[in-house]
Design a protein around this ligand. Structure first.
Ligand SMILES: NC(=O)C1=CN([C@@H]2O[C@H](COP(=O)(O)OP(=O)(O)OC[C@H]3O[C@@H](n4cnc5c(N)ncnc54)[C@H](OP(=O)(O)O)[C@@H]3O)[C@@H](O)[C@H]2O)C=CC1
Ligand SMILES: CC(C)(CO)C(=O)C(=O)O
Length: 311
């Protein structure tokens, strides 16, 4: 792929609407936001706002026949990834590149399994402080997207995605070792998302309280121990290094997991503590902090019946 023209976005929530607004305005980009019939009706009725401005996103249902996308971007929560993958099939052609901005370490493998012949880039969004209430999304910083090709075979796809992000004015980095960065972000989410959910704490609480930061760090250190066993070079410096990013976030901003808890939505706890507990058991790494967080978060938020606790 040499350049990105058609972009299909699935998931018009906190991060999807924030990046979607930029992509919609980008020169040479035809954005299609893929939704089911029910969501289309709902979004058209309520409108979608980003930082207080109504944005008329081009909503498209899966049945509409379209030219394949050059780039598909997933911005759903993990529980909705399987349905999003099915919806996107008609937008996929042999040259479609996929990118998932979901947190956690599993979404790229699931997308690759569904589209084995396509290029799937690894990506995460760092330091964005988007908050969604209903269909109103607000952010003070978009942070940046860190992305790359873990196989080292698709430099052309990386170049094309860089170019479209440049046109959209979305900041990015393309690190040498994207898998390390994905694990680094996983460490952050296991720490701050889960600590913020149980403490009901926006970023300002972590900026002020050494105790809150210590709750977060205790959970992160279990990810560091697991990562090291898997040959991924995370360390205490990475745990401490997150303070710089945290201190730049809006004090009123909230992690996606705290937003889920407050809105009564299912959380991504299976992807965070659930994964840490499972990998810890496989690798002989104790994970008491994540076990506590796992059960605490499942106590305060709706969750799937099948889970780590019931298998
Ligand atoms: N919020 C943040 O600051 C950050 C979030 N992330 C990660 O990004 C991912 C998305 O998070 P976030 O944006 O907060 O989540 P949101 O819940 O705000 O948005 C997800 C959106 O996906 C929509 N959706 C779900 N299933 C489908 C489907 N089948 N077709 C079309 N749309 C669908 C939902 O629609 P509806 O609302 O109508 O149900 C929802 O609006 C998560 O993995 C999160 O961990 C990463 C970095 C920062
Ligand atoms: C890092 C953080 C906390 C904000 O970008 C995030 O990824 C989330 O809220 O899910």
């Amino acid at each position: 792929m040499t350049s990105v023209h058609r972009v299909t976005l699935v998931g018009l929530g906190a991060i999807g609407a924030s990046y979607g607004e930029r992509l919609l305005a980008a020169p040479g980009v035809e954005l299609r936001v893929l939704v089911d019939e029910e969501r289309k009706r709902r979004y058209e009725q309520s409108g979608v706002r980003v930082n207080g401005r109504r944005i008329d996103f081009p909503l498209m249902v899966p049945a509409t026949s379209v030219e394949p996308a050059d780039l598909v971007i997933f911005c759903v929560k993990y529980d909705d990834l399987a349905s999003a993958i099915e919806m996107v099939r008609r937008h996929a052609g042999p040259n479609t590149v996929f990118m998932s901005l979901l947190n956690g370490i599993a979404s790229e493998d699931e997308i690759q399994a569904a589209f084995p012949e396509n290029v799937v880039l690894h990506a995460i969004s760092v330091a964005i402080d988007a908050v969604r209430e209903g269909r109103d999304v607000r952010y003070s910083t978009l942070g940046y997207i860190s992305f790359g090709d873990a196989t080292g075979r698709h430099e052309d796809a990386v170049r094309a995605v860089r170019d479209v992000l440049d046109r959209a004015g979305i900041a990015y980095e393309t690190p040498e070792d994207i898998l390390r960065v994905v694990w680094w972000k996983f460490m952050i989410n296991v720490g701050i998302n889960q600590a913020s959910a149980v403490l009901r704490a926006p970023y300002g609480v972590f900026q002020r309280s050494e105790d809150a930061r210590e709750v977060m760090r205790m959970a992160m250190r279990e990810v560091v121990a697991i990562a090291q066993k898997r040959g991924i070079s995370l360390s205490e410096d990475d745990v401490r290094g997150f303070d710089d990013i945290l201190n730049r976030m809006s004090p009123n901003g909230k992690t996606s997991m705290l937003q889920d808890v407050e809105a009564g939505r299912p959380t991504e706890v299976e992807q965070f503590a659930g994964t840490v507990i499972r990998l810890g058991a496989e690798l002989g790494v104790p994970t008491p902090v994540n076990q506590l967080l796992y059960h605490a978060i499942r106590t305060i938020a709706p969750h799937a019946k099948m889970s780590l606790a019931s298998v």
